[in-house]
Write a protein of this length. Structure first.
Length: 370
């Protein structure tokens, strides 16, 4: 028996018109190891905003109940040519209750359970999910489990990556974010050094309260000196950056090199031999990444994405990571939310312009049945 409900879709046309709207949808019956989840909560993560809003002009968009229509400026529209005309669902992750299952054993075992899932269309009243990718939540609430995948597994991925590469410390450029707070707790538990970058004094205080030792305020007059001291103390020559645009990575590389040079026994015109590595894992700033290489030749800048990482480490490691998340869902991996909105409320001008700003610690939670 088919199930009907509301679901969000986003469509970008070739002329730059972006339409995001709630529609009535008939959901298919699950088959095999599929499950049908009645969604109860789904976070709006920065990774969701690429197709929800991107660089669209939201201030001058046309808003109506359950819908907005905006213009995507160039060159961002041309850069999205591959999605022109496609009606796409949105929402990477969320949590809800399994209300129907396919005939596979994994699916049957989840009937009636509350689960976290990554269906890719979580901004919906129902969704089809793969049972193998669902995380049974037990007594945890949907709000507890809504962000059980993207941020926790990413933060754990950073630690796993660093340890696999023989690193003893990590640098993270958005330390006060939900993900950053998780990473702070993980590094404490795993004995990894951590340098956190933040932008405000209250964010420094927040991380200090969590036990973070090295917190650097990028707005401080002595930012670079603070950064060099923290890197020197921890040997954090390995970092992760979700900002992407601007000079953040450049500043970090410069500080790393200046610290490394002080440890050299002999002068070299080519700079230090210290390997310095940064990974960009987001585009909070969609501008150009600006590098002014003055940090020798032993540096690497590359991208980092969660799903390719999980595919590379194999099922045993992923299973161990998922188990750790579930066991520490309301402690190490706890998330907080600024506001709860339903599907229609998330498309109001007030909400859209607020969560698109991606302010640290101000995440929205979508509750489709509110």
């Amino acid at each position: 028996m088919s199930t009907t409900g509301k679901q969000l879709f986003t469509t970008l046309e070739s002329d730059g018109t972006l339409t995001v709207a709630i529609e009535d949808v008939t959901f298919p019956d699950p088959t095999g190891n599929q499950v049908l989840v009645k969604m109860e909560a789904a976070p709006i993560n920065p990774s969701d905003l690429a197709i929800l809003a991107g660089a669209a002009d939201l201030e001058n968009a046309e808003y109506s109940p359950g819908k907005y229509v905006a213009k995507m400026p160039e060159p961002f529209n041309a850069g999205s040519k591959a999605r022109h005309g496609l009606k796409l669902p949105a929402g990477n992750e969320g949590a809800g209750t399994v209300v129907a299952v396919g005939d596979g054993d994994k699916a049957k075992a989840l009937m009636g359970q509350r689960v976290a899932c990554v269906p890719g269309n979580a901004y919906s009243q129902y969704c089809i999910a793969d049972a193998g990718m669902c995380l049974p939540l037990g007594d945890h609430t949907a709000e507890d489990g809504a962000s059980a995948f993207v941020n926790p597994m990413t933060a754990l991925g950073f630690a796993e990556n660093a340890k696999a590469d023989g690193q003893s410390a990590i640098l993270h450029t958005v330390g006060a974010s939900n993900l950053g707070q998780m990473l702070t707790r993980i590094c404490q538990e795993d004995g990894l050094g951590l340098v956190n970058l933040v932008r405000k004094d209250d964010q420094v205080a927040l991380l200090k309260k969590l036990g973070s030792t090295h917190v650097v305020n990028t707005s401080a007059d002595d930012f670079m000196q603070q950064l060099k001291t923290a890197i020197d103390d921890t040997d954090a020559f390995y970092g992760f950056d979700p900002i992407g645009g601007g000079k953040t990575v450049d500043s970090v590389f410069k500080a790393m090199e200046q610290v490394a040079v002080t440890k050299m026994d002999e002068y070299s015109r080519y700079g230090s031999n210290q390997q310095k590595r940064m990974f960009i894992y987001g585009r909070l700033d969609t501008g150009s990444t600006i590098l002014s290489p003055s940090y020798g030749f032993g540096w690497t800048l590359s991208g980092w994405l969660l799903f390719p990482f999980l595919q590379s480490v194999g099922g045993e490691t992923v299973g161990r990571m998922r188990k750790r998340v579930l066991e520490n869902l309301t402690t190490t991996f706890a998330s907080s939310y600024k506001k709860h909105v339903d599907l229609e409320e998330m498309l109001t001008k007030e909400a859209v312009t607020d969560y698109r700003a991606m302010k640290t610690g101000e995440k929205y939670l979508v509750t489709p049945w509110k």
